[in-house]
Design a protein around this ligand. Structure first.
Ligand code: ADP
Ligand code: MG
Length: 534
């Protein structure tokens, strides 16, 4: 049979395809660009980015993950890098710029090897070996966290260079106290620290409340605005006779019957509130509604009551005041009550906030962040969350490493020594992995306007000489033992950054074919326009 001149279409028209080296180069380029975008924000002297969306909303930030989330990335490989930054944020709350930069650098260096005709499989194998070794080495390099002072340094290191810069010492104290208050042993649930942003005051007036601050006011104006020594009752059922969901029909035919009906309803509500009053509660938080009549009786007895409190807040109040959330009227007993020193409604402008403070050994607390504008407050919140993530990660593992690029330099040195034990081309891959790690101290120096070449040379020499904790201290602009200088990071942040950056890099390296559909991806084979011609 003569060869057909007819082209064979195996893909629908709306699918574009990139193959082989082109696909690899294209993906590597995208990853490199993403890494370069965040690179200038790394470290205390990093610059900020101003992000403006189509509606004109502005975000000014230094936070890697926020930048990657806000810019609309189109390229699939770029999206994969943004994705690991998000994972880093979720798992440890910090190190997002580092992870994106490392992934980009791993790929950039892999390209050098591809140019030398080294097969991706070999690079992948070498990177995997390097990552496994790096994790072991990180554990060896790390040191135990021994005191509260170090925890404070960790929080301060995390906030350096963020919007919170000038108040980071005070904020670090608040973070450490909050975490110590809610944590038990090595377990810290950051959900137990409520963050409330209060605009219009200066950052130094930020404070930690031993309890919960609610964005709510009492259900009735005639209730007290302040209750001290308050016993607290939490209920998750409505103080109403009929719930709006169930319809009830009543038939009355005479005015007397109607009157009787109304007074019997009133009587029932009165009995309900009586149960609450008898329990000894001075303040009631109700997850559902409270009938006006019930409100009236409560107010008359001087009880402060809140209705329709969010479930998440109910749980936090319970953890703060040790009150048990009661689910039925008959179960209420004084042993369910919690305690707060003061419960106070504070009016500020249009808004009223309720402070439930002075709880005894609360397991949930509130951090009130203050700042002049929304933009300032948002950036402070991001910095504080980085600090909280780092402190809780350090408590969980009980181990930290030296910052300022020290840990990356030491890892690189050790990995190079390890590479010498390998034969073949994997050795080259391990070496490239090691130099990718050095991009962190290099960027720290570059972002601070220092000469990266001189700094890197000196850092290398110091590490060769056995000074494993020497990094670039950007407070003093000197190369020194950063751990002793108080630049401390949790081991977990580095472990996760190295392992997820290398995972995504090898995943991208494995791709040699990119199919992009303009519509949703369907089963390509069934859409062949092949019509039986041969
Ligand atoms: P990431 O999103 O990766 O956490 P950051 O912008 O927070 O990025 O920068 C973190 C890096 O800055 C870490 O490598 C840390 O060691 C370094 N760093 C923090 N404070 C200092 C300092 N005072 N001097 C030098 N490096 C510092
Ligand atoms: Mg950080």
């Amino acid at each position: 049979m003569p060869e057909s001149k007819q082209p064979v279409y195996i893909l629908p028209e709306n699918v574009s395809r990139t193959l082989g080296r082109d696909a690899q180069r294209n993906n590597i380029l995208a990853a490199k660009i993403v890494a370069d975008v965040v690179k200038t924000t790394l470290g205390p002297k990093g610059m900020d980015k101003m992000l403006v969306d189509s509606t004109g909303n502005i975000i000014v930030t230094n936070d890697g993950v926020t930048i990657l989330e806000e810019i609309q990335l189109e390229h699939p490989a770029a999206k994969m890098i943004a994705e690991i930054a998000k994972t880093q944020e979720r798992e440890v709350g910090d190190g997002t710029t580092t992870v994106a930069m490392l992934a980009g650098k791993f790929l950039e260096n892999a390209e050098k090897l591809l140019d030398k005709k080294i097969h991706p499989t070999v690079i992948i194998k070498g990177y995997k070996l390097a990552a496994d070794q790096a994790k072991k080495m990180l554990n060896e390099i790390s040191v135990p966290v021994d005191n509260k002072h170090v925890l404070k340094q960790i929080a301060m290191t995390a906030m350096t260079g963020k919007g919170a810069e000038s108040n980071r010492e005070q904020l670090a104290d608040l973070i450490v106290s909050a975490i110590e208050q809610v944590g038990t042993g090595k377990v810290v649930d950051l959900g137990d620290i409520k963050i409330v942003k209060d605009k219009g005051d200066s950052v130094e007036h930020s404070e930690l409340v031993q309890g919960i601050v609610l964005d709510k006011e009492a259900s009735n104006d005639s209730m007290p605005s302040r209750v001290s020594n308050s016993s607290v009752l939490l209920i998750d059922f409505a103080l109403e006779l009929r719930s709006p969901e169930t319809e009830t029909r009543i038939s009355v035919s005479t005015p007397e019957q109607l009157q009787q009906f109304i007074s019997s309803e009133e009587q029932a509500l009165r009995e309900m509130t009586q149960k609450i009053i008898l329990s000894g509660a001075k303040t009631v938080f109700c997850q559902k509604g409270i009938d006006d009549v019930a409100q009236y009786y409560l107010a008359k007895t001087g009880i402060l009551a809140y209705r329709r409190v969010a479930k998440s807040d109910m749980e936090k109040i319970s953890r703060a005041t040790s009150a048990r959330i009661v689910s039925s009227l008959h179960e209420i007993s004084s042993s369910d009550l919690g305690f707060a020193d003061t419960i106070e409604q504070i009016k500020k402008g249009e808004d009223t906030m309720t402070y439930i403070s002075g709880c005894k050994n609360p397991k949930a607390v509130t951090l009130i962040l203050r700042g002049s504008t929304d933009h300032v407050l948002d950036e402070i919140e991001r910095a504080v969350k980085d600090g909280m993530g780092d402190v809780s990660a350090a408590i969980r593992d009980g181990r930290v490493v030296s910052g300022g690029g020290a840990v990356e330099m030491e890892l690189a040195k050790r990995l190079r020594a390890f590479s010498k034990t390998l034969g073949g081309r994997e050795q080259l891959a391990v070496e490239e992995f090691a130099s990718a790690l050095e991009s962190i101290p290099e960027a720290l120096a570059e972002n601070a306007g220092l000469d990266p070449i001189t700094i890197m040379a000196e850092l290398k020499q110091r590490h060769e000489a056995g000074n494993a904790r020497d990094g670039l201290n950007l407070f003093s602009n000197r190369i020194e033992d950063c751990l002793s200088a108080g630049i401390v990071e949790p081991l977990r942040v580095k472990l996760l950054a190295v392992s997820s950056a290398s995972e995504v890099a090898t995943m991208i390296l494995r791709i040699d074919d990119v199919l992009v559909a303009s519509g949703p991806i369907t089963n390509v084979q069934n859409k062949q326009p092949y019509d039986g011609m041969d």
